[in-house]
Design a protein around this ligand. Sequence first.
Ligand SMILES: CC(=O)N[C@H](C=O)[C@@H](O)[C@H](O)[C@H](O)COP(=O)(O)O
Length: 240
Amino acid sequence: MRKELLEQLRGGLVVSCQAFDYEPFYGAEMMAKMAVSAKLGGAAAIRASWPENIRAIKKEVDLPIFGINKIMPEVYDKFRDVIITPTLTSARAVAEAGADIVAVDCTLRQGRTPEMIQALLQEYKAELDVLIMAEISTAEEGRIAAAGGADILSTTIAGYTPYSRQLDEPDYRLIEELAETTTLPINAEGRFHRPEQVVQAFKTGAWTVTVGSAITRPHCITQEFIRAIHQFKNQEKTGK
Ligand SMILES: CC(=O)N[C@H](C=O)[C@@H](O)[C@H](O)[C@H](O)COP(=O)(O)O
């Protein structure tokens, strides 16, 4: 069953449908509509955060769901804080809501040691009847998570820890490094803005590619166009 699910996902596009409460598309109904659009476009699976959104999506869309449960601190620092499904309780809530795969932050931040990460993975695997995807930022974290029993590795957090490569584009090198050191399926995620980048990730060894903001966050898509216009105007001004 789990093997079948992984085979079904191979080569597929996962569309991340997420919005925080300060974004215009926040809310379960909106997320379900995003997921329906993703399915219409041919997505293989949906990534979603929080039990209420997963439940709403499941009512409308019969695709596998990568579930996360973001637990937000009062003031969020994206380089410091571990927010993606950090506790068994948070993981159980998304598994019970219907997630087929539960993704969990496996970075070595906030004093977390390799042993702590592996114990966390073991606990999730023993308690939950779902696949567990380890979200990492470096090859070393990938190795630790693989040895800890993760079913899938994901590059989600590359560029969002102080010690990982800071790039404007996807971290293809990390996909390569993971493909060299493990036989686990690799989900490539983070900063995919164009279709050809997704193709590049598959060429590099990805099993699935997840795209979020470039599909489901219209204000981010608008920003991309504005950035290009600004660049053009600056070039005109400077004559370069
Ligand atoms: C680092 C982190 O917390 N990433 C989050 C994880 O769920 C989301 O904010 C991203 O949108 C998602 O990973 C998809 O990536 P992108 O939006 O770049 O296509």
